[in-house]
Design a protein around this ligand. Structure first.
Ligand code: BGC
Length: 548
């Protein structure tokens, strides 16, 4: 099936590349291969950059070094002499020629400065549509109000339970917030079996309640009624701090009967069905909110929370008057936290000008086709698979591994995202990790040049992800327009990829307004401790209100 599909993809892209022959040369601004003349035979034929890329790239006549030039595009276009070379013929080319082909084919994955700038405009436009009352119903980037208005002040104390659903694992945590920004935390990870991830909502919440009850008895808090923060990392239309309707599932979950339901109520019902434990749900929150809160506990400039993990999303502090859907109760509070749910950016076609055949392939084979377009270009759930698709295409074309593939390479989902980080963690010129990964994939005949090319492909995919995230963060920073902003960040891709942080710092610095300073702060377990903090702040407010 995969082989057939890839065969079909290849013939489709050969046709589109012949129509838009200069695509492969115009997509690569900001890189050090400005003069890519003399493309290796077959390279242009295999490049499948989308037509709209051509439009943007072709109209750009950048001048500085490393940017696209129309001349380079024309020259490349005129060298398709041998676009019908067979994989066998390509396999016989020299290592240098194959490397050139890899670089050409990867052009579609590199974003020019102009494209990144355009992305910023489009993200801002979509954020505004999400925030405004009249455009919100049809907006893709929903900009949900979180009802969080108060950041922690460092005085939060006490024992809290937290549930964390929606990352790589489901966790239950017991957190004790103490003096001097100190805290103790015990947690346990529970598996969510695949059949529950796509089963019924009742099964899911019964499973969560069972894990919670087991955890409480193991940690001797079975008899206590503790406040609980529920980190539920899916798009949630919040109606209050303890009420939220699921908009749609993401990240491989698809439990029946939960969309449009109040998730807090489903949790309470499941706990009541068991009847053995008592809890007090003080807050439901997104993992981006938890991340922001856990950083803000120490750093009061933290006004953005970002996750680049299994999924991708950001939240930020917005002025109350901009958040048209928020009915403010306390006129003294000038800001409210907005969960952008920007993973859905592009679901209306706004990203088509930079999407590639690999992105379309990922989407078509996903559990939620047509949804979470931005997320599918960025997050850990998809990054490894994107690399795998590029590798498969190049191997079948004879460019990599002398055209010899393997069953694992040809199987969906078996190139794990952690491989990308591992491969890029090798010192330049050293391929120790790369060879280990290739061995796991059953590819034992890789040359050094193959390894260098595999690494380059990983770099293109991860760099594109970092640049897409940076466009989003820079847009938020510019929109907030405050002199200094700290961005709290968490998620496996950001945490474990060796260059993601630096790539982001570099790109965001290029994109933000002069005079604004920012920094990226790694969150210490935002989903857990952040949940406790949101619950704690909510309790603090309740106590204050009851004293009024
Ligand atoms: C969800 C977000 C979440 C993000 C990161 C996305 O799929 O829609 O709510 O914040 O993943 O976990």
């Amino acid at each position: 099936m995969d082989r057939e599909l890839n065969g079909a993809m290849r013939s489709v892209s050969i046709n589109s590349a012949q129509q838009n022959g200069h695509n492969s040369a115009v997509g690569g601004g900001g890189r050090d291969e400005t003069d890519r003349v003399g493309v290796a035979p077959g390279a242009a034929a295999l490049s499948g950059a989308p037509a709209a890329t051509t439009k943007l790239g072709a109209t750009s006549t950048a001048t500085s070094a490393g940017k696209t030039t129309a001349a380079a595009a024309t020259t490349t276009n005129s060298t398709h002499s041998n676009s019908n070379s067979s994989p066998q013929q390509i396999a016989l080319l020299s290592a240098a020629e194959k490397t050139k082909m890899v670089h050409e084919l990867c052009q579609q994955l590199l974003l020019t400065d102009e494209q990144v700038q355009e992305l910023c405009y489009r993200i801002l436009h979509e954020l505004r549509r999400g925030l405004a009352k009249d455009t919100h119903p049809k907006a893709n980037v929903k900009c949900f109000v979180t009802y969080v208005q108060d950041l922690p002040n460092g005085n939060e104390r006490g024992k809290f339970l937290a549930l964390d659903l929606g990352g790589t694992n489901f966790r239950v945590l017991l957190i004790h917030l103490q003096e001097n920004n100190d805290f103790q935390m015990e947690s346990r990870i529970y598996a969510i079996p695949q059949h529950i991830m796509i089963g019924s909502g009742t099964q899911l919440f019964d499973h969560i309640a069972e894990c919670l009850s087991n955890f409480m008895s193991e940690h001797n808090v079975y008899k206590e009624r503790l406040p609980l923060g529920f980190t539920f990392s899916f798009p949630l239309r919040q109606l209050g701090l303890t009420k939220g309707l699921l908009e749609t599932w993401t990240k491989g979950f698809n439990c029946a009967g939960v969309v449009n339901e109040d998730v807090v109520q489903l949790l309470k019902d499941a706990i009541a069905r068991r009847g053995d434990v008592q809890i007090d749900v003080c807050a439901i929150l997104n993992d981006t909110t938890g991340t922001l809160m856990s950083c803000a506990w120490k750093n009061h400039n933290c006004k953005i929370g970002l996750i680049v993990g299994t999924g991708a999303n950001a939240c930020y502090m917005e002025r109350v008057e901009e958040a048209e859907l928020f009915e403010a109760e306390d006129p003294r509070k000038k800001h409210v936290l907005i969960n952008t749910e920007w993973g859905a950016f592009g679901d209306n076609g706004a990203l088509d000008f930079v999407r590639t055949e690999f992105d379309r392939d990922i989407d078509v084979h996903s559990i939620n086709p047509g949804k979470q377009t931005f997320e599918k270009m960025i997050s850990g759930m998809y990054m490894g698979e994107l690399v795998r698709l590029v590798l498969v295409k190049m191997t079948q074309a004879g460019i990599l591994f002398n055209g010899q593939d393997s069953e694992v390479l040809n199987t969906r989902g078996l190139f794990f995202t952690k491989y990308v980080s591992e491969i890029e963690a090798d010192e330049p010129g050293n391929f120790t990790n790369c060879r280990l990964v290739l061995e796991e994939l059953g590819l034992t005949n890789a040359s050094d040049s193959d390894c260098a090319n595999v690494r380059y492909i990983c770099e293109c995919v991860s760099k594109r992800a970092a640049h897409l995230v940076s466009a989003g963060i820079a847009t938020l920073i510019n929109k907030m327009d405050e002199p200094t902003v700290t961005v709290g960040v968490d998620g496996s891709v950001y945490r474990f990829h060796p260059k993601f942080h630096n790539l982001m710092v570099e790109k965001i610095s290029q994109l933000i307004k002069p005079g604004i300073t920012f920094d990226l702060m790694l969150s210490e377990d935002g989903s857990g401790r952040g949940a406790a903090l949101v619950a704690a702040v909510a309790c603090r407010e309740d106590i204050l209100n009851s004293k009024k």
